[in-house]
Design a protein around this ligand. Structure first.
Ligand SMILES: Nc1ncnc2c1ncn2[C@@H]1O[C@H](COP(=O)(O)OP(=O)(O)O)[C@@H](O)[C@H]1O
Ligand SMILES: [Mg+2]
Length: 343
């Protein structure tokens, strides 16, 4: 098996063109009430930093996005969707957002801090996950996708980099930067090359079906250790996705393989999850035979990895990032801040 080329580097997303927060004791929306500690993640146009509330001493993850970059990369609608959607949902396997705010330089989103780190790091360290480990993570994702789709929300950026482990080892999906509330289909080319469904590449208009495709990619990547379609260049990846040829290592469980094949069906009308019984068809697949879906939602399955977390503000499970003087970013022009006045 040619596994040598598996990328250790993170897959790059390509930007296409709560009930008002569970405020509890975190009602302060003023940045000055938080101490900024260190960067725990960076992305296309911003970073996520660990912060601590000066009064309560609680830790949070603050996503900070430079307004000038959001505009340059034409991500205005996407960041607004991200905030609106995160504010409107609540699910055990989705990161909780407390509030959003902005000044003339940055957009801010205060989220719960999920200290276990990215599934990406665990997967690269393990090489690949066992069938039962992959089954556990896939079960929690199916539960979250079913919830999102029932609210007409398509997630569109499923990948190990956006899946975090909480202190107990349960999943938290983060990064709703490409999620969207759908009435019908949408046409924006966005997502991450390795995880794009054929209909996105072909600009046919796409819907919730793209999340079920990327679930197929994710289960394959967890069990095999690298995604089914990969190349150095996005164009090469797209060609492989459209050609649809998949190598199946011998160790792969035949039942998992059957599910992956049914998710990676190019014809989205025949893709599992996207037919008339929706997510139920996925939940009833025999790879999930032993799964009690009520137990999944109640976080009763036993997590296969318990992250090493010594205290609430522990960042050892994240890479270290240079701080780059990011706080010195220049403010945006007044007219550029305008689209974000209600952020
Ligand atoms: N709530 C959180 N708790 C801990 N780490 C987080 C949280 N949200 C994001 N991160 C880390 O920051 C990284 C970048 O955040 P993300 O929202 O994915 O940004 P981008 O849209 O730029 O990809 C994530 O991959 C993850 O490692
Ligand atoms: Mg991300």
């Amino acid at each position: 098996m040619a596994s040598a080329k598996v990328a250790k580097v993170k897959k790059q997303s390509i930007p296409g063109s709560k009930k008002d927060g569970d405020l509890a004791d975190e009602s302060s929306r003023s940045l000055s009430d938080y101490e900024i500690l260190s960067t725990i993640g960076t992305g296309t146009f911003g970073r996520v930093v660990l912060v601590r509330n000066n009064d309560t001493r609680n830790y949070f993850a603050l996503k900070v996005m430079a307004i000038t970059e959001v505009i340059r990369l034409k991500q205005i609608e996407h960041v607004k969707n991200e905030k609106e959607i995160l504010a409107s949902i609540s699910h055990p396997f989705i990161v909780n957002m407390y509030w959003a705010n902005h000044d003339n330089t940055f957009l801010y989103m205060l989220m719960e801090y999920v200290p276990g780190g990215e599934v990406f790091s665990y997967l690269r360290n393990y090489g690949r996950f066992s069938n039962s480990m992959a089954n556990f993570y896939a079960s929690e994702i199916v539960s979250a996708l079913e919830y999102l789709h029932s609210r007409s929300i398509v997630y569109r950026d499923l990948k190990p980099e956006n899946l975090l482990l909480d202190r107990d080892g349960h999943l938290k999906i983060t990064d709703f930067g490409f999620s969207k509330k759908l009435l019908d289909r949408t046409w924006t080319l966005c997502g991450t090359p390795e995880y794009l469904a054929p209909e996105i590449i072909q600009s046919k208009g796409h819907s919730k079906a793209v999340d079920w495709w990327s679930l197929g990619i994710l289960i394959y990547e967890m069990i095999v250790g690298f995604p089914p379609f990969f190349d150095d260049q996005p164009f090469g990846i797209y060609e492989k996705i459209l050609a649809g040829k998949i190598d199946w290592p011998r160790h792969i469980d035949p039942v998992a393989k059957d599910l992956i094949k049914k998710l990676l069906v190019p014809d989205r009308t025949k893709r599992l999850g996207n037919m008339k019984n929706g997510a139920d068809d996925v939940k009833k697949h025999k790879w999930f035979k032993a799964v009690d879906w009520d137990d999944v939602l109640a976080r009763k399955l036993s997590p296969p990895i318990i992250p090493k977390v010594t205290h609430n503000g522990d960042t050892k499970n994240f890479d270290t990032y240079s701080e780059d003087d990011w706080q010195k970013t220049a403010p945006a022009a007044e007219k550029d801040v305008e689209p974000f006045l209600d952020f």
